[in-house]
Design a binder for this molecule. Structure first.
Ligand code: ATP
Ligand code: MG
Length: 236
């Protein structure tokens, strides 16, 4: 469904990711872990097609980075729901409006948009805040609006960059519960994070990134693996 084949990306002379080969399968939950600078956001930008690989091919559904035309990129982006590090909400518009905007471009009727917006706001527990201006929300609530907006067009995959980065543990747990529900509902979920405790508890597959490469995590002798699914740590 989504694949990277021998993908490398350099910014000028700085290599950011190197020779990446992996897949995100339909309906799967995959974590992307790595230290700051390891290349996590670069992978998400490559999926978004805001940057192109220096070599190799990124495929999303029927689109490939080596053959896609500029005018097809918005269609590719609609197959994926992005939750990026800055929420990019419109502060003086309501929560509902912020979510509805992502659906207007599909040309659906007002009534269908309203019904779907209410449905996703229900999923993220924000029905009661639908009329509130986005700028008045807490960080955790803004993150939930961003997730609702990413889900509104029923994407193949929800792609999130550090979705719990600035949140307290309880609020972060709430965000992971929402991602889990989306996954249970059949959406693939791909999450870049530093949050080892959540990754360990969730027990989903993990891609480990070190200096731009996928690695098998080193486990110190005599220590139990922290992940509950160590054998599925790398899918390439
Ligand atoms: N626009 C850019 N121009 C030049 N170098 C860049 C650019 N964006 C990222 N890099 C470099 O590419 C490497 C990977 O960066 P990236 O942002 O993908 O890391 P990350 O894993 O998302 O880090 P963090 O956890 O801090 O968000 C880093 O060495 C970074 O300095
Ligand atoms: Mg990043």
């Amino acid at each position: 469904m989504i694949s990277f084949k021998q993908v490398s990306k350099s910014y000028g002379k700085t290599p950011a990711v190197r020779d990446l080969t992996f897949e995100i399968r339909r309906g799967e939950f995959l974590f992307l872990m790595g230290a700051s600078g390891a290349g996590k956001s670069t992978i998400l930008r490559l999926l978004h097609h805001s940057i192109r690989p220096t070599s190799g091919v990124v495929t999303v559904g029927e689109f490939s980075s080596d053959t896609i035309k500029e005018r097809q990129i918005p269609h590719l982006r609609r197959k994926l729901g992005f939750v990026l590090q800055d929420f990019r909400l419109i502060a003086d518009r309501s929560v509902s409006e912020n979510v509805a905007i992502a659906m207007r471009i599909t040309g659906e009727s007002r009534r269908k948009i309203e019904a779907r917006v209410n449905e996703v706001l229900g999923q993220v527990g924000l029905i009661g805040r639908a009329r509130e201006k986005a700028g008045n929300l807490s960080g955790g609530e803004m993150q939930r609006v961003a997730i609702a907006r990413a889900l509104v067009n029923r994407p193949l995959a929800l792609i999130a960059d550090e979705p719990t980065g600035n949140l307290d543990p309880e609020t972060a747990q709430g965000i992971y519960s929402i991602l889990d529900r989306a996954h249970i509902g059949g959406t693939a979920v791909f999450v870049a994070t530093h949050d080892r405790d959540f990754v360990d508890r969730a027990g989903h597959k993990v891609l480990h990134l070190e200096h731009g490469r996928i690695v098998i995590p080193r486990i110190a002798p005599g220590t139990a693996p922290r992940s509950s699914k160590p054998s599925s740590s790398v899918s390439c």
